[in-house]
Write a protein that binds this ligand. Structure first.
Ligand SMILES: *Cc1c(COP(=O)(O)O)cnc(C)c1O
Length: 485
């Protein structure tokens, strides 16, 4: 393919994507395929000779689309949203076009500097304390990670190194291995599985801190766990607070937890993967109060801020905690400058060496929506979730299982887990909408997350009517069964 053909095909592809997104509501949100569907549809080996674009293009509808779950359908209510917008799609094209690998400032100055500046923009939008910003010569700053999981892992590893160095200076008789064996990380029993995974990868123990009846971790619970562990000779070093837990969007009490972590020399990381985007709205910003106690903070514009995957924004108060933890400087990567402010070698802030020019899509979205456009998007989703909540509350057969704060509603039929599993099964078998369940304590619960950029009130009403009809059908056959027992 030469540049002339690329021009032509590029325009066709843009049309195809625009058609796909414009008419996505006509497609069944969840595919009909079975595992292994794809292999028989394509050859066993790559073609020996080149094929033409038309043949490749035809296979999109034939082979790919039948197996796609349409995350941007207005009937998609599963997981949390995956952000998408036209400005971000265009920026991703440009990112591919420039195709740089910006591991250091010199590897592409614009790639590094734009990232630092737009993360300062974004930090100011959510009113992060000054210490987290890079400014002209700040000690803090932001970085785009591929995912919240990577941000948690990076902060846990940095905390591990920092703690080992501190304990070694206080107790030189302890070896690194002995210290490692005593380190303990903590997170809520509602925390995302990526936190436990970070501890497994980091080779340290992790303990659940029990959440209360609102699925929230409070200071007194953490304190109690810490006292027990310290008395047993363990070394608490890392606490991951969650703002907007994945099962039910609950919020840990930062204002109680932060001072405890600070006093105990425990690194506090905040995982606000989903909820963080809402903090651009003044009415939700209070949920972030206490961030001033944290060492690192992370949220995913690729979840709820209209920036396509992958774009996970992470800030640290002291960049040297990250860069000092794992710095290697082979000659082929060296050049001469002092690291501060805009001059950053982002390879020291992340696991991989290579990195894409991801700040472009964040920059495009922030400029083309503006803060007000993005606030509108968040507010619309929160309104729709409350609309759904009201529909559920009007039906006596159902109950709401956790406070609705942002765009997620946890609900269930009053009754057994078996009943709710049967309802869930009928919803996902009908494939008119798509959602996923979760457990809250021992209860099997349905999670209804407002996801699509284009979802409207009519889709919410449709989803509710559909589910309530399925519930009616189910209960007709269910009650006699129950009575027989
Ligand atoms: C979605 C989610 C994650 C995982 O996000 P990735 O960017 O896919 O790693 C982590 N924590 C919470 C609370 C989440 O909701």
């Amino acid at each position: 393919m030469d540049a002339a053909e690329f021009r032509k095909r590029g325009k066709e592809m843009v049309d195809y994507i625009a058609d796909y997104l414009e008419k996505i509501d006509k497609r069944q949100v969840f595919p009909d395929v079975e595992p292994g569907y794809l292999r028989p549809l394509i050859p066993d080996c790559a073609p020996q000779d080149p094929e033409n674009f038309e043949d490749v293009f035809k296979d999109i509808e034939k082979i790919i689309m039948p197996g796609v779950t349409h995350w941007h359908s207005p009937y998609f209510f599963a997981y949390f949203p995956a952000a998408s917008s036209f400005p971000a799609l265009l920026a991703d094209m440009l990112c591919g076009g420039i195709g740089c690998v910006g591991f250091s400032w010199a590897a592409s100055p614009a790639c590094t500097e734009l990232e630092t500046v737009v993360l300062d923009w974004l930090g100011k939008m959510i009113n992060l304390p000054e210490e987290f910003l890079a400014g002209k010569d700040g000690r803090g700053g932001g970085v785009i990670q591929g995912s919240a999981s990577e941000a948690t892992l990076m902060s846990l590893l940095a905390a591990r190194t920092k703690t080992i160095r501190r304990v070694q200076s206080e107790k030189p008789e302890l070896t690194e291995a002995e210290i490692m064996g005593r380190l303990v990380a903590y997170a809520s029993d509602q925390a995302h599985s990526s936190v436990e995974r970070a501890a497994l990868i980091g080779g340290v123990k992790i303990k659940n801190v029990p959440s209360d009846e609102k699925f929230t971790v409070c200071g007194s619970t953490l304190k109690k766990v810490l006292e027990e562990d310290k008395a047993a000779g363990l070394i608490p070093f890392f606490f991951c607070a969650t703002l907007g837990t994945t099962p039910c969007c609950s919020f840990d009490k930062l204002l109680e937890l932060g001072p405890i972590c600070n006093k105990e020399n425990i690194w506090m990381h905040i995982d606000a993967a989903y909820a963080g985007s809402a903090f651009i709205c003044p009415e939700f910003r209070h949920l972030l109060n206490g961030v001033e106690f944290a060492d690192s903070f992370n949220f995913n514009p690729h979840k709820w801020l209209l920036v396509n995957f992958d774009c996970s924004a992470m800030w640290v108060k002291k960049r040297s905690d990250l860069t000092g933890a794992f710095k290697l400087e082979p000659l082929y990567l060296q050049h001469h400058h002092q690291e501060s402010g805009l001059v950053t070698d982002y390879r020291h802030w992340q696991i991989p060496l290579g990195r894409r020019f991801r700040s472009l899509k964040l920059w495009f979205v922030l400029r083309m929506y503006g803060v007000t456009g993005l606030q509108e998007h968040i507010r619309k989703h929160v309104e729709l979730s409350h609309q759904f909540e009201h529909l559920v509350l009007q039906d006596e057969r159902f109950e709401i299982c956790a406070e609705v704060i942002l765009g997620l509603v946890c609900f269930r039929l009053k009754g057994s887990n078996e009943l709710n599993k049967a309802l869930f099964k009928s919803i996902n078998e009908a494939k008119k909408i798509h959602l996923v369940p979760c457990y809250l304590r021992e209860k099997f619960v349905l999670r209804f997350a407002i996801c699509s950029r284009t979802v409207e009130s009519t889709h919410i009403k449709f989803a509710w009517q559909h589910m309530s009809q399925l519930a009616t059908d189910l209960l007709k056959t269910w009650e006699p069964n129950q009575q027989q027992q």
